[in-house]
Design a protein around this ligand. Structure first.
Ligand code: NAD
Length: 493
């Protein structure tokens, strides 16, 4: 076990591993060349474990195992009910380990423990949801009486390559694993290199639940090596990717020669639009949570707040005061609302945006490292007001606890400001005018819109972005569509 030099009173999870291997064909294995990379504790930036660093040869082994499990079965040919039973067992196990998962996830990623707990529950729910969906799945049949019968034969596609980011890693992995497995595919998961700890738990969960050998494979490593090899492997017909828009572009190009199926969930710079007639208290609470929860490392963060002029000054004043009350602290402390950013590289990126922001807007809260945190990746919740639309902190995804506030004078101007970025993931609208809220939702370039509500999602709804925020939608039966081929069968009567 790794010895941690913890700040006084800091909770360190018991039995932390000091190394993580790949999981291929039902076995934990090292990289073919024995290479590893360091994983850091975001509170101290000390290395606390070494993870196997996957190369092309490791991906080849994992894909071969997944391919064998697909062609030899039984997973793809099991009935939906049989697969669903295993998926429900997976959900039961994840749920029963909720506290332990949250503790490890929080330690590895720097997320506040209270928010990591919700992530483990959501991961279990993803498995339950897709287990139920495949059992209830019906497919089309079309009859031309006396002439022809046509029906749809839905088939799993093969080996799905799943590439995931470091924010809420376990939950986001479940979001891909559950539908890929539910539909009878086999998988190779390449989790993010900053946060490999929780992904290493899947193997034990799946074995205990009775998932057949070779159906789930895990290769750790860097995107440019392990991820790249997965994207370019000819026996992987599907890539489901969540990460930065720039990485999505690279993967899109690398997958093109193979004409692979691609699902891309990418970056965001989502607006929260607050009209003068809104319930101000509710809007402030929600927009605080919208950008500072999950350390601001949230794809759907409302990181630009557009406020109608008559309430602008009051909003900025109250918002800044509330941001200053957000509790920054040790991620394992239940009272913590913003923990430590995931990695020093990311911390440097967020800090550099804060410096840029000081030249572009008016700093009204935060602005750097909070007092009392001399080390680790801690950032004070930071608020800039009067941010112009051409500012970099208005246009670019920061992915940390930093928000830009901008005034507007009319509905048209609000819509133009909302849409004037390359991204189009989410939008939040606060107004008590019913007609305006619906018309505004119609005009806004975003895959998901929340009207007078927090970011709460029904699993049946489509999830995805437009413009640089993504390609295709997942969620509900759209995920089932992505992970299956729909073969049309025609019969002459
Ligand atoms: P990232 O793009 O740096 O990395 C994501 C994954 O891709 C990692 O596993 C990485 O190793 C891998 N990767 C990197 N280069 C690769 C390559 N050339 N080929 C194959 N794989 C490669 O993203 P990140 O920094 O881990 O995550 C943060 C980003 O993810 C933010 O932009 C955020 O908005 C986005 N995100 C989007 C959603 C969504 O649903 N739209 C959800 C969460 C995060």
């Amino acid at each position: 076990m790794t010895e941690q030099t913890a700040p006084a009173g800091r909770h360190i999870p018991a039995d932390l591993p000091d190394r993580i291997q790949h999981y291929i064909d039902g076995e934990f294995v090292d990289s073919v060349d024995g290479d590893t990379f360091d994983v850091l504790d975001p509170v101290t930036n000390q290395t606390y474990l070494k993870a196997a660093s996957g190369k092309k040869a490791d991906i080849e082994r994992a894909v071969a195992a997944a391919r064998r499990a697909f062609t030899e079965g039984p997973w793809p040919t099991m009935t939906a009910r049989e697969r669903a039973r295993i998926l429900h067992r997976i959900a039961d196990i994840v749920e029963s380990r909720d506290a332990r998962l949250a503790e490890l996830e929080s330690f590895d990623s720097g997320l506040p423990i209270s928010q990591a707990l919700g992530q483990a529950r959501r991961a279990a729910e993803n498995f339950r949801f897709f287990a139920d969906l495949i059992v209830a799945q019906t497919d089309d049949a079309f009859k031309v009486p006396g002439r022809q019968m046509n029906y749809v034969n839905r088939k799993p596609i093969g080996v799905a390559g799943l590439i995931t980011p470091w924010n809420t890693p376990f939950m986001l992995e479940s979001w891909k694993l559950a539908p890929a497995l539910a539909t009878g595919n086999t998988v190779v998961l390449k989790p993010a290199e900053f946060t490999p700890l929780s992904a290493s738990l899947w193997a034990g969960v799946f074995e205990e639940a009775g998932l057949p050998q070779g159906v789930f494979n895990l290769v750790n490593g860097f995107g440019e090596e392990a991820g790249d090899a997965l994207v370019k492997h000819p026996d992987v017909p599907l890539i489901s990717f969540t990460g930065e828009s720039r990485t999505g572009q690279i993967i899109f190009g690398n997958a093109a020669p193979f004409l692979k199926g691609l699902s891309m969930e990418l970056g965001g710079k989502s607006p929260a639009i607050v009209f003068a007639d809104a319930d101000l208290e509710a809007a402030i609470d929600a927009t605080i949570f919208g950008v500072f929860s999950l350390n601001g490392e949230r794809c759907t963060a409302g990181s630009r707040i557009l406020v109608e002029r008559p309430i602008y000054d009051e909003f900025v004043e109250r918002y800044a005061a509330q941001a200053k009350r957000v509790v920054v602290g040790d991620p394992q402390d239940k009272a913590t609302e913003v923990g430590a950013l995931v990695h020093p590289e990311h911390y440097e990126k967020v800090m550099s945006y804060i410096e840029i922001g000081k030249t572009e807007g008016r700093l009204v809260a935060g602005g750097g490292r909070p007092e009392g945190f001399p080390e680790g990746n801690f950032v004070a919740p930071t608020v800039f007001a009067d941010v112009p639309r051409d500012a970099r902190i208005f246009q670019e995804e920061i992915f940390g606890p930093v928000v830009a506030i901008t005034p507007f004078d009319s509905d048209d101007e609000a819509l133009a400001l909302a849409n004037d970025v390359k991204y189009g993931l989410a939008a939040y609208v606060w107004t008590n005018d019913l007609k305006r809220s619906h018309n505004f939702a119609q005009g806004i370039e975003a895959g998901m819109v929340w009207l007078n509500s927090n970011n709460v999602r029904d699993l049946r709804t489509p999830f995805g972005g437009v413009k640089a925020s993504g390609l295709g939608h997942e969620g509900g039966y759209r995920s089932i569509d992505f992970y299956t081929d729909q073969q049309a069968v025609h019969i002459t009567l």
